[in-house]
Design a protein around this ligand. Structure first.
Ligand SMILES: C[S@@+](CC[C@H](N)C(=O)[O-])C[C@H]1O[C@@H](n2cnc3c(N)ncnc32)[C@H](O)[C@@H]1O
Length: 261
């Protein structure tokens, strides 16, 4: 049997617990959003698309800075949450590999940690380039720190292969490969910067709960069972426990700023 396109798989996986994602997970990477906004210096009325917007935190922050924002995500559950709780932006349920927007429709396109989940990440980058105006800018980010790689190496093997990102198609954490793919997609120039910060959880339980709504973790639970996944997550977080019981994880995001001529 032909497996369903990955985007459909992702729509289901990422819709498993929208509230959990929005309230326990998404806010942990707010420093990435804020530093990106500082760098972008949006103007009132800037047409901004957030592709793979999740539950809408970045879309909302960009709208608060005056941009005219649309968030797009393939997961209906996350978009429903965003529409209800983050109404300063508009939202669309769709696939970032086939976006329902005209060429050059946006001055700025952001894609935080979403392109890696596309069935064909290169096609997703080509779509991002197509809808970015000339001149215009796109920001594409991916988790690229050793601790993120270590946790993915524990969780992804517990899921079906087709449900988790296939780095063989394009490893966005590889700066040379990603820069080449963005240039091939139609951008004229690409600069790379890493944004690093620590995330603190109140306890190992809190850290585990923050991971469970994520697509790959949901895929692992469905395939291997919750007990196996929780055990893997606890083995990852236990050594990161600090005096007082809090847990600290270091995150690094590789950020590509791509410009259209
Ligand atoms: C790691 S989350 C990132 C969400 C948010 N941008 C953030 O940084 O927290 C990945 C997001 O990509 C979305 N996604 C995965 N494949 C997609 C696709 N083909 N088209 C649009 N969104 C997709 C998921 O539904 C999910 O919201």
């Amino acid at each position: 049997m032909t497996p369903p396109p990955r985007s459909n798989v992702q729509a289901d996986l990422w819709s498993s617990d929208p509230r959990g994602w929005a309230e326990a997970a998404e806010g942990r990477i707010r420093p990435l959003y804020e530093r990106t906004l500082d760098r972008l210096q949006l103007r009132p009325g800037t047409r901004l698309l957030d592709a793979g917007c999740g539950s809408g935190m970045f879309a909302d922050l960009a709208a608060q800075r005056g941009a005219d924002v649309i968030g797009l995500d393939v997961a209906p559950g996350l978009i429903e949450y965003a529409r209800r709780r983050r109404p300063a932006a508009g939202y669309v349920v769709d696939d970032l590999e086939r976006m329902p927007f005209a060429d050059g429709a946006f001055d700025v396109v952001t894609a935080f940690n979403s392109v890696l989940y596309a069935d064909d990440p290169r096609r997703a980058l080509a779509e991002i380039a197509r809808v970015t105006a000339g001149p215009g800018r796109a920001v594409v980010t991916v988790g690229a720190g050793p601790e993120q790689a270590e946790s993915a190496a524990l969780i992804n093997p517990l899921a079906r292969r087709n449900d988790v990102p296939d780095l063989g198609k394009l490893d966005l954490a590889d700066a040379d490969a990603a820069r080449g793919a963005l240039l091939d997609a139609g951008f004229a120039s690409v600069t790379v910067a890493d944004i690093a910060f620590d995330v603190d959880f109140a306890s190992v339980d809190d850290a585990v709960a923050a991971q469970l709504p994520a697509g790959p973790v949901t895929a692992a639970v469905r395939h291997s069972g919750r007990a196996a996944v929780e055990a893997a997550l606890r083995s990852f977080f236990a050594p990161r426990t600090r005096p007082g019981g809090t847990v600290r994880m270091g995150l690094v995001f590789r950020c590509y700023l791509a410009e259209r001529a």
